[in-house]
Design a protein around this ligand. Structure first.
Ligand SMILES: [Zn+2]
Ligand SMILES: [Zn+2]
Length: 177
């Protein structure tokens, strides 16, 4: 974990964010150092994400919204998991910082494009042709702590039969408008 964070950090070029981030690397011990790195990202409103192989990287400079768990069959297959944890991000607040040309966009339903790293398969971003101002951001690829946590389960009618929802979050059979 420490090694991965250290490897990713020099790739972020955000002026003050970078300066503060480097400052946070002044030797402190283990866990405390990692917490400081996370806090710097959150305090600056900038969080980073990357794919499994590290080729594709991005930074979000604004707030995430509409965080939820989606249990639809397309999300389950795209992520290979029981559900997809995702948030919305304004396109103006999102920027690729490396490897954008390694992304393949798959149109999973008309006008809905899911971007993943063609080298390692990590799901990284989704976008709707009908609304280019907002992206869907899978939370699993984030390297820093986001400022939101999922607040509902959607498409529960399509939930995997082998998975049981045990939290108290609201559940919707499909997706509320
Ligand atoms: Zn990758
Ligand atoms: Zn879904």
């Amino acid at each position: 974990m420490r090694k991965r964070l250290a490897a990713v950090s020099p790739l972020v070029g955000l002026g003050n964010f970078r300066a503060l981030h480097v400052q946070a690397l002044v030797p402190t011990s283990g866990r405390r150092r990692i917490v400081e790195e996370y806090n710097v990202g959150a305090n600056q409103g900038a969080i980073r994400g990357s794919c499994l192989c590290g080729t594709v990287r991005y930074v979000v400079t604004g707030h995430l919204t509409r965080a939820l768990y989606c249990h639809c069959s397309m999300c389950r297959k795209a992520h290979g998991t029981a559900f997809r944890a995702r948030a919305a991000v304004s396109a103006a607040d999102f920027r690729w910082t490396g490897g954008e040309d390694a992304i393949t966009w798959f149109e999973s339903s008309p006008g809905n494009f899911r971007g993943f790293c063609r080298n390692c398969g990590s799901p990284l971003l989704s976008r709707l042709k009908s609304d280019p101002t907002v992206y869907g951001l899978p939370l699993g690829a984030l390297d820093d702590a986001p400022d939101v946590t999922p607040c509902m389960h959607v498409h529960v009618a399509s939930k995997a039969p082998w998975f049981e929802i045990t939290d108290d979050l609201r559940q919707f059979a499909e997706r509320p408008v």
